[in-house]
Design a protein around this ligand. Structure first.
Ligand code: BTN
Length: 244
């Protein structure tokens, strides 16, 4: 992982470059890293604020031989790798909010965006985008994010080396990815659940069309969230914003 790194000072989005490279058949594990993104993308077509020299803005190209339906598992695997890297680099306690937000002291420090290139029902490439707020100060965040987002610097009270953090992500990612290819999702799921804040709690899931409230029971083997509403009906949530 990360043996082939494409580094850019300023890009519109590392996802966009990764999509282009993936079609050019670059080796699996290629990483696109930028100092700054002008049009960083988040989930649900949101913008991802990616100012210069202060975060990790990176996209990885993967080509696992798995069915399309299992692609969300890679998002969860990535979240575990990033949590382990943050733990290695700081004494902070990161938690995962389904499906892919990493929170520290209740504020979001990391987002993961997984996008697919598929041919019929086969995966050509999976592009995993990782955005980590590393060395931003509170004033570096737009006003509307100041209450809900944070950075490692703010939470730790000291700067964190982005290069070391990236190296640590590669190490943890590679270990987990090899484990996943060897033994499947189960060991990853156990690790993910050990870091998850949402499981066992009452929460609201806002999908594009409606909101479901209930108790989070866990995730399925595909990484789908299971939510039990007040009538005992179990809903499977594929994509939503979660309010804890
Ligand atoms: C989210 O909405 O939580 C996901 C945010 C993902 C941001 C990363 S930064 C690197 C990569 N390039 C992008 O444009 N987005 C992802």
């Amino acid at each position: 992982m990360g043996k082939n790194i494409h580094y850019e000072e300023s890009v519109d989005s590392t996802q966009k470059i990764a999509h282009r490279f993936a079609y050019e058949d670059v080796p699996e594990g290629t990483a696109i890293i930028a100092e700054e993104q002008i049009s960083g993308r988040g989930r649900m077509d949101r913008k991802w604020h990616s100012p210069k020299f202060s975060g990790v803005w990176m996209s990885l190209i993967l080509r696992p031989n798995i069915p399309l339906t299992k692609a969300p598992q890679l998002t969860l695997l990535t979240a575990v790798a990033v949590v382990q890297a943050i733990e290695e680099m700081t004494d902070l306690v990161p938690e995962i909010k389904w499906p892919n937000d990493i929170l520290i002291n209740g504020k979001k420090v990391t987002g993961i965006l997984t996008e697919l290139q598929a041919e019929a029902d086969r995966i050509h490439s999976i592009i995993v985008g990782i955005g980590i707020n590393v060395n931003q100060k509170p004033v570096d965040f737009p006003l509307e994010l100041q209450e809900i987002a944070s950075s490692l610097l703010i939470e730790k009270g000291a700067p964190v080396s982005r290069a070391d953090l990236i190296r640590s992500i590669f190490t943890h990612f590679e270990k987990l990815y090899l484990l996943y290819l060897d033994e499947g999702f189960f060991p990853i799921k156990l690790l993910w659940e050990s870091y998850a804040v949402s499981i066992g709690n009452h929460l609201k899931a806002r999908t594009i069309t409606h909101t479901i409230e209930g108790k989070a029971l866990g995730i399925t083997d595909e990484g789908v969230l299971k939510l039990e509403d007040e009538n005992g009906v179990i809903h499977q949530i594929y994509s939503a914003d979660i309010e804890l």
